[in-house]
Design a protein around this ligand. Structure first.
Ligand code: ADP
Ligand code: MG
Length: 602
């Protein structure tokens, strides 16, 4: 039991429950229990007062507590009367309700604060995590955790506090009972223990169901996110009914588990009361016929028993909640651990302000955690400032992986990348990334307008700068032809644009940033021959006007023959490098591929 408490304590502190909140909540519980216990205790003198018809001398003689009662009444200088007694009992109950109200509101505000904090934590941890983590975790999985499981987990963390609250009340009542009669107290404790044991198996099952429910929620959410993103694939493949069936299965299992969990809760809920009542009534019978207790004692025993019932039920139900939400707590802890151990290393201390001479790859190797061989093997490259470098090679040869290493999206498994002869990891991540603009093979574009996306490269850019960047990227004519121009909403992932427009829009974002290096991954893969020529002119213009160092990945050799240096990558190794003329002479893959593509063009 102590172990449970300690585990819970460290868990809740970790999820963000503070000592202060815990202290306030428990203090409030003490207060409301205090008022409740005294309110109920008042019934004893009330019953006695009624029985002796308000005769104080008889009362003092017969009932010990009236000695204290009379002292209190003397102190506040009020004549004892039935009405005063009833009112004070009522006032105590009202006070209790007031504190209860405060406690519920405070508890909910604490709960929501922790939920919000965890959501924000997880979002920032996700963003700070490295690419291997992002490759591994399906988005739907995390969406489910951030939206659904966080709620359950935090409720699971708060449930033990309710448990403490109810336990305090329980002690309060037992205290009253002790006051009434020792036998009754012992008997009641036995009843409570028996009653709380009954739903034991259901509580255990709740834990199991809770875990299964987390699993079902996760699968459903993963499925949903992936299918919602690709309705075209489903329709074009004619798999609508299969997908619907699959989703039906998932939601069915969610529904069944939820209902089952409610059934377990309902069983616990209904079975306790009859047991407590039955045993109480039996006691009542014995207390009047065998123990011959006074009627006011029996009366207050009944009142206490009736008040006690919801408390015991509360304890058991809260314990069940703790078990039910355990699965959510576990998955959240695991996810937080995963993310914290995957946070990008950012140990560099130097600020990279500009690049003066060159970027060098020294015998760089890279292997994905899931791959058996090096995807990049022993690559050494020198890129001079202001040069245009082309990386060419067959698809799958490792071109995209190679350029991912430069902004440290991925970290080489061995070898070193240097900027101005200093290792890349000596610089802070943010300063390195600030100097590098990267237009990926598949641009990622948020929901919003064309202007929003370009501004993502430089949030405070003027509209003049936006127009300039669009012009250089070769998308301004298209944008001007739209009725809403730069304010056109382009949909999620720019679904309302063509592939080429999307790439050029993303290029505009990269160009507006005040970076020194521009990485373009297959920028012309979606362009026709004419657009490609326009693009080539744009690149020349960019170089002339901005003096950016440009790295272009392409498998279209004809479009890149003007580069200062062309690097041929094959199977993760640099096969050769040089100018177009040198490669035509010296590299057989390059010269034959070039000839084929050249013939295609005419
Ligand atoms: P290219 O850009 O030249 O077409 P890539 O760099 O995208 O090639 O991929 C090189 C190799 O690495 C391929 O064999 C690919 O299957 C593998 N690969 C790419 N991305 C990942 C990843 N996230 N995890 C594991 N393997 C990957
Ligand atoms: Mg690629």
């Amino acid at each position: 039991f102590m172990n449970n408490i300690i585990t819970w304590f460290s868990r809740s502190l970790r999820l963000g429950l503070s000592y202060k909140s815990l202290f306030i909540l428990i203090t409030m519980s003490f207060l409301s229990t205090f008022f409740e216990v005294f309110g109920i205790s008042m019934f004893l003198p009330i019953f006695q007062f009624i029985r002796f018809n308000g005769d104080l001398e008889l009362l003092v003689e017969d009932a010990e507590i009236w000695i204290y009662m009379i002292n209190i009444f003397d102190y506040i200088n009020i004549e004892p009367s039935l009405i005063i007694l009833l009112i004070s009992s009522f006032v105590l109950f009202v006070l209790r309700q007031f504190v209860t109200y405060l406690r519920i509101v405070y508890s909910s505000s604490v709960t929501q604060k922790i939920i919000q904090k965890q959501r924000n934590n997880m979002f920032s941890s996700y963003i700070k995590a490295d690419s291997n983590f992002h490759d591994k975790l399906p988005v739907g999985n995390l969406v489910n955790i951030i939206t659904t499981e966080v709620n359950s987990a935090v409720n699971g963390i708060m449930a033990p506090i309710e448990l403490i609250v109810f336990s305090i009340m329980l002690f309060g009542y037992v205290f009253i009972l002790l006051f009434i009669s020792l036998e009754m107290t012992i008997a009641s404790i036995v009843v409570l223990i028996i009653a709380s044991r009954i739903p034991g198996a259901w509580i255990k099952m709740s834990r199991n169901i809770g875990r299964k429910l987390v699993h079902a929620n996760t699968s459903t959410s993963e499925f949903l996110v992936s299918r919602l993103r690709s309705p075209r694939l489903v329709r074009l493949s004619g798999t609508e009914s299969a997908e619907q069936e699959e989703y039906l299965k998932l939601t069915q299992s969610q529904r069944k588990l939820s209902v089952y969990s409610s059934i377990l809760r309902a069983k616990t809920e209904v079975v306790m009361e009859p047991v407590v009542i039955a045993i109480s009534l039996t006691f009542l019978y014995f207390s009047s016929s065998v123990l011959k207790l006074q009627i006011e004692i029996i009366g207050i025993y009944l009142v206490v028993a009736l008040r006690l019932m919801p408390v015991v039920k509360g304890i058991v139900l809260q314990w069940q909640s703790v078990q039910r939400f355990m699965g959510s707590i576990e998955i959240i802890e695991r996810r937080i651990d995963d993310m914290e151990s995957s946070i990008e290393v950012d140990s560099g201390e130097l600020e990279l302000k500009n690049i003066k001479s060159n970027i060098k790859f020294n015998k760089v190797c890279y292997r994905y955690p899931t791959s058996i061989h090096d995807v990049i093997h022993n690559c050494s490259i020198r890129i001079g400032v202001g040069e245009i470098t082309a990386i060419v090679g067959p698809s799958g040869s490792g071109k995209s992986t190679l350029v991912d290493l430069l902004p440290r999206i991925r970290i080489p498994t061995s070898g070193e990348i240097c900027i101005d002869n200093k290792s890349l990891d000596a610089y802070t991540l943010s300063s390195v990334r600030k100097l590098i603009s990267y237009v990926p093979q598949t641009p990622q574009i948020f929901i919003g307008t064309i202007k929003n996306h370009i501004l993502y490269g430089k949030p405070n850019a003027t509209s003049e700068e936006i127009k300039n960047a669009a012009q250089m990227a070769g998308i301004d004519l298209f944008v001007n032809s739209l009725p809403d121009g730069y304010d056109t909403i382009i949909g999620e992932d720019a679904s309302r644009l063509s592939g080429g427009q999307r790439q050029r829009l993303d290029l505009a974002r990269a160009l507006i940033a005040e970076s020194h290096v521009l990485i373009l991954d297959e920028p012309t893969s979606n362009l026709d021959a004419k657009s490609e020529e326009i693009f080539r002119q744009s690149v020349m213009k960019i170089r002339k006007e901005t003096n950016k160092t440009i790295i272009i990945i392409t498998h279209h050799l004809v479009s890149i023959s003007y580069a200062d240096k062309i690097i041929v990558l094959n199977n993760g190794k640099i096969e050769s490098s040089g100018t177009h003329e040198e490669l035509i002479e010296g590299n057989s893959w390059y010269s034959s591929a070039y000839k084929i593509q050249e013939n295609e063009a005419y």
